[in-house]
Structure formats: structure tokens, C-alpha cells
Design a protein around this ligand. Structure first.
Ligand SMILES: Cc1ncc(COP(=O)(O)O)c(C=O)c1O
Length: 397
């Protein structure tokens, strides 16, 4: 017999979520994640993936994954520190370090567990972490896990950061103080002000940690937000994912040799969770090779982002202040935002609504993620559909 207490807990809480329209039904793709996807037999233009460069279903990456699977097997067979480190894992880490212009890099099984492992490997209860209030959930959880005092900093507010950095360091309460931020904020598409952050970090000897999940492959001609600002020697942790622009799965930290040596003996997901599959490593290596030798996909991504933004703006939509291809279309009221997204899907455009609590109340939005894989025809169809639905729901006139 299963636990009665658990059953009651699950039934009550699931009912509450469903009654309040907060239960997330998962859409299942009947094929690869690309510019077009199929859900419930219906073909849709996909504006909701993080597959920025279209690599998730790229033939070159697929071929390398298959080849590596033949050579190394489907699984690594152990955690990295027992005997789950194959030559392909080391090859991937060397590639990442070269691409990021750092001494070394370490790869994790996901971006999420990379943040969980890397933050808590360095910070502890004697320390403080200053964290932008809009940082990703994996940063928030990694900070909590570390046991350090977490001090929220107003979003991209350099005066607030400076004041809190001064107070934390001058209090004498903490051994180390870190500032942690997304490189590109995925809900609005704004870019962290790294030049000012570095100045403040130098003034107060802060450890700097940039989660560039949405900047890698996008900013700095692909090499990321830190490279975009030419600050490779000034940022301690360049964290990124292999699951968004790189198109595969995994996460990494690039930094000094000492930092990487430490993470390899202290970051718990590295020590206690089985390594990336050989196929995933090979596909990531291929993606980095492509990004290193050509900016073709990166340029197409930015061109598509510009085209979509200009089109939506011309139609009269509020697209916020994105500095990257991420294009939020701010609708406002939560129910209207959800209806807007639903109508887009009915008309063949898959763009998800994002509402409170992920974004502030009244700032509901439909978020569009254009990619290098979209054609002008896709984007024209998206704009046509936005115009139709926008007029129908009185969002534009
Ligand atoms: C800023 C940020 N960091 C980390 C992650 C986690 O990355 P992954 O999906 O590779 O676990 C995400 C994913 O949404 C993210 O947006």
C-alpha cells in the first residue's frame, strides 16, 4: 500500500493547481525541435526554443554523435572521477577553454547542475552572494545550496550593486563576496552591464560569476557576453550551457586552471553523477568547431532577430528593451496574454506565454525566440499571424 499522506498531498495540490489554471500541460513534439515542429499532428512555426543556431537537428552534429557512439558507446559508464572520463570529455573541455579564451574548462551534464555544483564548490556559510533579482532558478538554487548569505540586487541597478557590495565587504562579516548574474536575461533579452560590474568587482574584490546560458553562441560572435565586452581576464566564472545555442545538452565553467582543478574535486554533480554521453560530447565539439570557423549562423540569427523586432514594432506591439534576438511581445494582463498565445498556436505559430510569477504581475508576454534556422517566409507568416491575432484581441489597432 502506498502512503495515504502522500496521496492526499498530491491530490489536493494537483487539484488546486488545475482549479487555478496553473497546471502546466506539456506539449509533446512528434519529431525534432526545429524552426517547424509538429504537435498533435499539427505543423507549427516554432518561436519558443533556445535552439538559437538551429544546431539541435543539424546533420553535421548528428553525424558526429553517431560516429562517437560507435567508437565510445552510448554511455560513459561511470561518474567522471571513477572511470567515466573518456578522451572525448577532455577534448570537449579543451575546445570550450579555447573558444572562451580561458586556461581551462570543466563540463557538466546540464547547465542546471553546473550552477548547483560550481557555486557551492566555492561559496559557503561564511560568505555572501550578491545576486541580480532576475537571475535564473538554477542560480537561485545553487546559491541556496551553498549556504552563503544571499543578497538580492535590484535588476541591473549598478548603484544598488555598489552600495550592497560596499556594505557586505565593509561589514567584515564575510570571508568572500561573489556577484552573480545572467549574461543575457532570457525573459527580456537585456545584456548584463559587465564593464561596470567589473569596475565594482575590482573596487571591492568581488568574485564574478556570469551565467551565459543565453549569451553563448549569440553574443561576441558566438563566444559569449564576456568576449563581447573583451573581459575574459576579468570574470572569474564563465558559466554556459551546451543545450541552447550549442543545441545538445550539458553545462560548463571556463576559467583559470586552479578554478577548474578545484571544481573537479569539489563540484558534487561532477563527482557523483554520470558523465555526459560520448555522442553528446562529440556533437558539442562539432558545434564549437562550426562556431569557431564561421559566423554564418550567428549572423543569420541576429538578422532574423532584427527583422522580427522591426516587423512587430511596426505593427504597434510593445517589444520591450531587448538587446538580443530574444523578442518579448508584452501584452500585459495575464489572461489576455494566455489567450493571445493560444490563438497564435491555433493559427500555426507556437510562441509561449510567460506570466506572473515568472515575470512581474501585469507584464505578461509572449516570448519569441527567432533562430538561424528560420527563413524569411517563416518570419513573414509569424508577423501576419501577430497582426491578425493582435487586431482580433484589440492589442493593436
Ligand atoms: C540562465 C540559465 N542558466 C541555466 C540554465 C539551465 O541550463 P540547462 O537547460 O542546460 O540545464 C538555463 C536554462 O533555461 C538558463 O536559462
Amino acid at each position: 500500500m502506498t502512503s495515504q499522506k502522500l496521496n492526499t498531498f498530491l491530490e489536493e495540490n494537483l487539484k488546486e493547481l488545475k482549479d487555478n489554471g496553473l497546471y502546466n500541460e506539456i506539449d509533446v513534439l512528434e519529431g525534432p525541435n526545429g524552426a517547424e515542429i509538429t504537435i498533435n499532428g499539427k505543423k507549427l512555426i516554432n518561436m519558443s526554443s533556445n535552439n538559437y543556431l538551429g544546431f539541435a537537428n543539424d546533420e553535421r552534429l548528428k553525424a558526429k554523435a553517431i560516429e562517437a557512439t560507435e567508437v565510445f558507446g552510448v554511455g560513459a559508464g561511470a561518474v567522471r572521477t571513477i572511470n567515466g572520463t573518456q578522451t572525448i570529455h577532455e577534448e570537449l573541455e579543451t575546445k570550450i577553454a579555447t573558444f572562451k579564451h580561458t586556461e581551462a574548462a570543466v563540463a557538466f551534464q546540464s547547465g542546471f547542475n553546473c550552477n548547483m555544483g560550481a557555486i557551492s564548490a566555492v561559496m559557503n556559510k561564511n560568505d555572501a552572494i550578491l545576486s541580480d533579482e532576475l537571475n535564473h532558478a538554477s542560480i537561485i538554487d545553487g546559491c541556496r545550496l551553498s549556504g552563503a548569505k544571499v543578497i538580492r540586487v535590484n535588476h541591473q541597478d549598478m548603484d544598488d550593486l555598489r552600495a550592497k557590495a560596499k556594505a557586505a565587504t565593509e561589514s567584515g562579516q564575510y570571508e568572500k563576496v561573489m556577484y552573480i548574474t545572467d549574461g543575457v536575461f532570457s525573459m527580456d533579452g537585456d545584456v548584463a552591464n559587465l564593464p561596470d560590474i567589473v569596475k565594482i568587482a575590482e573596487e571591492f574584490d568581488l568574485i564574478t560569476y556570469v551565467d551565459d546560458a543565453h549569451g553563448s553562441g549569440v553574443m561576441g560572435k558566438g563566444a559569449g557576453t564576456v568576449k563581447h565586452f573583451g573581459l575574459q581576464d576579468k570574470i572569474d566564472f564563465q558559466m554556459g550551457t551546451l543545450s541552447k545555442a550549442v543545441g545538445v545538452v550539458g553545462g560548463y565553467v571556463a576559467g583559470t586552471q586552479n578554478l577548474i582543478d578545484w571544481l573537479k574535486v569539489r563540484a558534487r554533480p561532477f563527482l557523483f553523477s554520470t558523465s555526459l554521453t560520448p555522442g553528446a560530447c562529440a556533437a558539442c565539439i562539432e558545434a564549437i568547431d562550426i562556431m569557431s570557423s564561421s559566423t554564418e549562423e550567428n549572423e543569420r540569427l541576429w538578422e532574423n532577430g532584427r527583422y522580427l523586432k522591426e516587423g512587430l514594432k511596426k505593427l504597434g506591439f510593445n517589444i520591450g528593451n531587448s538587446e538580443t534576438p530574444i523578442t518579448p511581445c508584452i501584452i500585459g494582463e495575464e489572461k489576455l496574454t494566455q489567450s493571445f498565445s493560444k490563438r497564435l498556436t491555433e493559427e500555426g505559430v507556437y510562441a509561449k506565454s510567460i506570466v506572473f510569477p515568472t515575470v512581474p504581475r501585469g507584464k505578461g508576454r509572449v516570448r519569441n525566440m527567432p533562430s538561424a534556422a528560420h527563413t524569411k517566409d517563416h518570419l513573414d507568416k509569424v508577423l501576419e499571424t501577430y497582426e491578425k491575432v493582435g487586431k482580433e484581441l484589440n492589442v493593436i489597432s
